[in-house]
Design a protein around this ligand. Structure first.
Ligand code: NDP
Ligand code: OXD
Length: 303
């Protein structure tokens, strides 16, 4: 069994000693592969075009939590996503920061600062402000609990509507009432055929007037032209985006200069190298022992 590592060199330097200590062969970079038949595991963000070069490949491990950019796997190859726990905490922190920034009108104050203007606005309470969180998975649940701890009135929405202790969760048929109560709407959904383009004009029309939008899911879930129209019409007040389509947005895109929008360059999380390596070792062990692969992705449903 050997693992082919196709990620950043600084991460490889952290992974190497851990793999050596575990007695698992790790090969860094396709150029150093001398025996493609030895490769059983592959770690990457985007895989090489022709995975058939590795006839004994068993599992592709995504270095990120989202796997929407992964192509269909060849017959017999399983797909796993990293379960590095730091990802959830990092994205939770970004989402809490974004929610507070919009709640406390930071886009307005940043604009005023650029103009050298000192002007106060009413200061809102977090307590009772209604936040709606789409995606109640590993990250969404953690973010929801933290926001609730700050006093926000948090509700969630997920495909199944699965219960989460202490938080009202709307299911597939509860989208309209969920949106109607979301003064701050957060997207933490995976990108799938169902969620692509989800946030469009008809979606924004269901939010309360002047709602605020936080997107840390994927850029392709958001119709940017519809966002602009919603901002111009006052339907939405502001937005904070960590993900865009494409990434980065092209030079000159209207959103770069729009004072109602704050953009960060997909930095909600960056997988901790050590945590990623430990998860990959768990995957290798599970494959060896024939037990359930941690982070296994259902490729038919994509999740
Ligand atoms: P999970 O798989 O743990 O949770 C996904 C949640 O979305 C579940 O509640 C799921 O519902 C719900 N959901 C609703 N519709 C769908 C659908 N059509 N297909 C699948 N799930 C659906 O994911 P994570 O919480 O770990 O991550 C969520 C996303 O966050 C990632 O896919 C990625 O896009 C994004 N992300 C962004 C990062 C960043 O840096 N900005 C970093 C990491 C992740 P149910 O529970 O009913 O299945
Ligand atoms: C992601 C990640 O999926 O950074 O966006 O893990």
């Amino acid at each position: 069994m050997a693992l082919l590592f196709l990620s950043l060199p600084e991460r490889a330097a952290v992974w190497k000693p851990l793999f050596e200590a575990a007695g698992v062969e790790m090969i860094v970079g396709e150029a150093t592969v001398t025996d493609p038949a030895a490769i059983t595991h592959l770690v990457c963000w985007v895989p090489p075009k022709d995975l058939r070069r590795y006839p004994n490949l068993q599992v592709v491990i995504s270095t990120g939590a989202g796997v929407d950019y992964m192509p269909p796997m060849p017959e017999g190859v399983q797909l796993a996503r990293t379960l590095a726990p730091g990802i959830e905490e990092m994205v939770r922190d970004w989402v809490v920061m974004a929610t507070l920034m919009l709640h406390r009108e930071m886009p307005v104050y940043l604009g005023q600062q650029r103009e050298g203007r000192w002007q106060t606005r009413p200061v809102p309470l977090a307590r009772g402000t209604r936040v709606g969180l789409m995606g109640m998975g590993r990250i969404g649940r953690l973010a929801a609990e933290t926001l609730r701890g700050l006093g926000f009135d948090v509700a969630g929405w997920s495909r199944s509507g699965r219960a989460v202790s202490g938080i009202e969760v709307f299911g597939a048929d509860g989208m309209d009432p969920f949106l109607a109560r979301s003064e701050i709407l957060i997207c933490l959904l995976p990108l799938t055929a169902e969620t692509r383009g989800l946030m469009d004009a008809s979606f924004f029309a269901k939010l309360p007037e002047g709602a605020k939008l936080v997107n840390a899911g994927r850029g392709a879930q958001l119709d940017m032209a519809a966002l602009k129209r919603a901002l111009d019409a006052g339907r939405l007040a502001s937005a904070m985006l960590d993900v865009t389509e494409p990434e980065p947005l092209p030079e000159g895109h209207w959103a770069w200069d729009d004072p109602r929008i704050v953009i960060t360059p997909h930095v909600g999380a960056s997988t901790d190298a050590r945590e990623g390596a430990l998860h990959a070792l768990d995957v290798v062990r599970a494959t060896r022992e024939g037990t359930e692969i941690p982070g296994l992705v259902d490729q038919l449903r994509k999740y």
